[in-house]
Design a protein around this ligand. Structure first.
Ligand code: GDP
Ligand code: IMO
Ligand code: MG
Length: 425
């Protein structure tokens, strides 16, 4: 029996989808604990590519059950599109997808508000995915959100939506000069969604706790990454949930004593999408080079990802916040052609060397990376199946990351497909 958490250790897009899919082969249940359709998790095998937004990355193994936990915010349109996409590709999900009755729903006004805020000159631009994530979590915490369980009773849903839409229409009209929403139309749309989604809804916390008691193997899948965490990330340039490992307990309703291991997924370099500080960001030329080598374009929005060197200060912080037992180090192959590779080992701030991660945004923006330089290996790593067969300089680079972060690497990824993986004990 094991209950493991797989968490993004940087700013998202570390390759969580690949690693969760890979490790799901002999796993009974994969459970997603936060975020929404802002996530884009890519799984590649047998020349097939799947991008998952809401459904856990274990769904491609036919004997694995997938759970969308209470901590996730669900966009009905995105969910139904994803279910249809899987069905059209011959993936049978019946009887092996469960959705929490406590999960909150993304409403049309959440997406409108997210996009209106982002394009309003007077407001801080975060560079969100525009999927309504922030406004949906705001409503959850202000106790006006609509949960899946509310769909069961037409009157409860109508009452909640009438209250919410009246208020949102004021904001949309007066602050953002947008058209008002039609309450009756939204009620009918969400009742229609209820009929489609009904077979999947259950008390997922109870289901997971019973599975734990029965000795099942479970993977808890995080979305986004530690530096996008609303408490521990580069606030305010973050998402509106807790992607860190601690989020799994809350987002699934599993007690902290039940978890066994935490695996941190970390790229061999760093990327970020959207606005916000990024101390090791490359200059334009190197950014373009790595973006094209690593195909660094957002899986959800298609936006070019910003790229930079591996940041050991950030990775150390992440290891600490998440209690990471080992790394899954991805995209090593993207560095194959480089002559030399840098790793940020400390920040210089106000003329002093710092190895701890600054909480203040101003300090984070002012932090100058101090680098250690490693010789590149300039050889192809993608076909290699064991650690000893890697070029010596690649092994040295990996060992340096282990030492600098005080955390061992257990999995190495050298390509997007399942088989481009090295298990390092
Ligand atoms: P996630 O959000 O953490 O699941 O990551 P994404 O799927 O958004 O982005 C990771 C991208 O890198 C995807 O296109 C993956 O197919 C790809 N990928 C994952 N691991 C590797 C790897 O080791 N090497 C290469 N070249 N690509 C990888
Ligand atoms: P996965 O799970 C990378 C970023 C957005 C923006 C900020 C807030 O694929 O790793 P939001 O729409 O969440 O309010 O946007 O967070 N962001 C991601 N960046 N990967 C993701 O997910 C992301 N989900 C959100 O770009 O900067
Ligand atoms: Mg992604």
């Amino acid at each position: 029996m094991s209950v493991d958490i797989i968490v993004g250790a940087q700013w998202g897009d570390e390759g969580k989808g690949k690693i969760v899919d890979l490790l799901s082969k002999d796993i009974d249940i994969v459970a997603r604990y936060q975020g929404g359709a802002n996530a884009g998790h890519t799984v590649v095998f047998d020349d097939k590519k799947f991008i998952l937004h809401l459904i856990p990355s274990g769904i491609l193994h036919e004997s694995t059950v997938c759970v969308i936990g209470n901590g996730v915010v669900i966009d009905p349109v995105a969910l139904m599109e994803e279910i249809d996409m899987l069905k059209s590709k011959g993936i049978d999900i019946e009887g092996r997808l469960f959705i929490s009755h406590c999960a909150h729903l993304i409403m049309p006004y959440h997406k409108m508000l997210d996009q209106a805020k982002e394009s309003n000159e007077a407001e801080l631009k975060i560079g969100t995915t525009g999927r309504g994530i922030g406004p949906a979590y705001v409503d959850k915490f202000s106790r006006s959100g609509v949960r899946i369980v509310d769909l069961l009773d037409r009157q409860t849903l109508a009452d909640k939506l009438q209250r919410n839409i009246k208020q949102k229409n004021e904001i949309l009209k007066k602050i953002y000069q947008k058209d008002e929403l039609d309450t009756d139309k939204i009620i009918e749309e969400y009742l229609a969604f209820d009929r489609l989604v009904d077979p999947y809804i259950t008390d997922t916390s109870r289901y997971l706790n019973q599975a734990i008691a029965a000795g099942k193997n479970i993977i808890c899948e995080g979305a986004q990454g530690t530096l996008l965490d609303v408490d521990f990330g580069t606030y305010p340039f973050v998402t509106s949930s807790n992607p860190i490992s601690g989020g799994a307990a809350i987002g699934l309703g599993i007690g902290p004593t039940k978890f066994d291991r935490v695996i941190g997924v970390v790229k061999a370099y760093t990327t970020r999408v959207g606005e916000g500080p990024f101390p090791t960001e490359f200059d334009q030329t190197t950014s373009n080079q790595i973006r094209s080598l690593g195909d660094e374009f957002g899986a959800t929005t298609g936006r070019p990802r910003r790229c930079g060197w591996f940041d050991a200060v950030l990775a150390n912080y992440s290891a600490q916040i998440n209690g990471i037992d080992s790394w899954a180090l991805t995209k090593l192959d993207v560095l194959d052609t480089l002559e030399e590779i840098k790793v940020c080992v400390a920040y210089e701030l106000d003329g002093k060397r710092h190895t701890s991660f600054p909480a203040s945004l101003q300090k984070m923006q002012a932090a100058q990376p101090l680098y250690e330089t490693f010789p590149g290996w300039q050889a192809q790593t993608s076909g290699i199946k064991n650690f000893a067969a890697l070029p010596e300089n690649a092994r040295k680079y990996i060992n340096a990351i282990e030492q600098l972060t005080n955390t061992p690497v257990s999995i190495l990824s050298v390509g997007s497909s399942r088989d481009a993986t090295i298990f390092k004990s």
